[in-house]
Design a protein around this ligand. Sequence first.
Ligand code: BES
Ligand code: MN
Ligand code: ZN
Length: 486
Amino acid sequence: MKVEAREFKVEEVKEPIAIFLFEDDRENLNFLGSLRGQVEKMLSAEDFKGKEETLAKVSLLVGDDVRVFYAVGLGKKEKAGEDSYRIASALASKRANKDKFKTLHIYAGSLDYRLSKAITEGAILGSYRFDKYKTKKEGEKDQKLEEVYIHGADSRTVEVGKVFAQAQNFTRDLVNEPGNVINPISLADIAQRVAQEYGLECKVYDEKEIQEMGMQALWSVGKGSATPPRFVHMVYRPQGEPKEKIAIVGKGLTFDSGGLNIKTGDYMRTMKMDKSGACAVIGIMKALAQLKPQVEVHGIFGAAENMPSGTAYRPDDIIRAMNGKTIEIDNTDAEGRVTLADALSYASKLGVSRIIDMATLTGACMVALGEYTAGLFTNDDEFGEEILSLSKLTGEGMWKLPMDDKRLREKIKKGEGDVLNSGGRYGGAITAAMFLEEFVGEGIKWVHLDIAGPAHLREEFSYYSKGGTGFGVRTCLEYILKLSER
Ligand code: BES
Ligand code: MN
Ligand code: ZN
């Protein structure tokens, strides 16, 4: 989809115009000039107030033309943040798409850098659909929204917004692919293809190399599947001296059946999304090649399929991760942390100062925070706060959970190995994070995002459709751009 900054006058365009309005504030309607009065009356008749996530369509006959206006609410002026603009833009583009318009104009008052970017992102995220497997009827053409023009936007930041949103949509596409299409081998292939196309480095390790490198943890989780695991290391290197070197690590379970501790049907459904962290890594790397920040970024994931079989790993198994620590398996369904043990050990050897990992790690995190908020865990409060404050801008909700409970930590120290892969029911998201921390190298600042809830949605809302969300992509990109500007 084409999104551009472009000035327009109400009298000159024939296509629909979306006008963003604060709650109980009609100031932006002035833009309509002589049509203001009529539109305002129609909005009052419809009882449109401008509340967040509301839209009213107004059609007027002007001369011989039917003119369409979408009034979109931003919520209360003092409360509206950039995500309100992102949501409004998504609602408008979703609706224009549904009404089969090719072109949409947006007027949202005066815009700065951040708002221009947010509106761009909203338009692209809002018009996302995953319908490639729906067979089209013969002769059926789907009319899609093709161009969005934003009045008064900053054209350079519109470009940045496009890269952000396209990376997120790309991630959503990957997450939505089922396990019969994306398996560990094909996921690694996709990373390789993206790297080739965008000029990134990418090394894929096969199952033999995984074992030779001492990644018995990743190997164990993957070995029960007919498709062997892969380990993927992508690199974006800026020209000249990087301001910082960091790693982004993702959980990459292309399907999680639970393994021998097999899940029941209801819980197994949607487990194609268990690769969301890895898909976000690929999306982020793709965006970095276009944004070219002055930061060296390593994108890392282990790809595996957790299956029950005669070659599957078992409860009671004791295995050694790449950093030398042994893991006793309590439950084969707590597999993500086992694969991440090797991915974090590997990332810790690259000379990076920071690691962010994203993982659809625990159902417990969803019990604690609901489906729309990710759990944030860190060994460095300042780093954690930076990510949290960026998440307020991106609208990717995150909440910090504690890691200083000594007694809880002891639960993963029980058993015959150095660590146990499950700490039991209570505080399950926290004990999972504590497990991961065992594999983060000394002195490395680390943030872990448990995205089990927000990575995948059962119902659409605001700029999300049902299914994969690409959660985490924009917040990580914001952080990397911020490092680049330091
Ligand atoms: N992939 C799941 C976590 C998950 C659950 C993600 C629901 C998204 C939605 C993970 O591998 C898992 O199975 N975790 C177990 C851990 C338990 C066995 C300690 C869980 O949360 O039940
Ligand atoms: Mn599992
Ligand atoms: Zn899993």
